[in-house]
Design a protein around this ligand. Sequence first.
Ligand code: HPA
Ligand code: ZN
Length: 308
Amino acid sequence: MTGRYELHCHLDGSVRPDTIAALAAEQGLDLPAPARQLAVAPAGVGSLHAFLPYIDVALDVLQTPQALHRAAAELVADWQADRVVYGEVRFAPQLHTRAGMSLDDAIDAVAAGLAHGTAATGVRTGLLLCCLRHQQPGVSLEVADAAVRRRDVVAGLDLAGDERHPGTPHREAFDLAHGAGLPVTVHAGEAAGPASVWEALDVLGARRIGHGVRSTGDAALLDRLRRDQIALETCPGCNVLTAAVPAMAAHPADRLLRAGLRITVSTDTRTTAGTTLDAEFAALAATFGWTEAEERLCQDNAARAAFA
Ligand code: HPA
Ligand code: ZN
């Protein structure tokens, strides 16, 4: 088995529960329940908007450079244990400014943590910044500006968050990235349907789509995704949790991989979705009979679609 590529992983949703607890204790923060209970979405969570708040407890403790550095370095170690040789992590620096960090401070801390992790493990990494759908377009513009300015450590720009909010208001941020040649991925077709994926492609210029699993009813969209070799960053366990798909057996990864789409497999959030790539590929094997050959196809797709 060759090494794995993970393209879609959120830092704040992938902090070890023990680390959340340790950081809270260090920071004198009283957690109202065990960290695991606060940070891991339960099986019945049932929607993206109900899933996202489980990330908030990690955000509460990730307001210092030291905490961000630790979370990033530990993620790289967790990737190594999961046989990942190249991982892209994404985070929204604008959510880490409550205790005085600037966007650049947050970016520097994560980049340093990743570099530390790479030095310790040999796992290569890329860093993406997330704009958020529910925030004002001006905030997204600041994030895009930081991404472009910090191209030394930033490999791409993303749009994340609650998909009940449209992407079009954030167009200027994505135009800024395009103008600088910074590649773009957009979460779409997760909680909303094909129109959201079309918007990600045609308005925001996405080269990859986060999830995209609700693209299946639209034959013209599937043709477009295939023709332009747009990678779908599917996260099957997370997609079942948020009810983007009704059950693993209904997940389109198998069908679309066989139809020649650039399907990739990621965790989304190792803690919030409670998963690893080992677990994801085991579930795909159990559900669809995937062998090493299908996993290899996904890894080749991910290698081709990597931003860094
Ligand atoms: N969708 C949108 N935003 C997110 C997700 C997701 O699956 N996970 C973490 N932030
Ligand atoms: Zn995501």
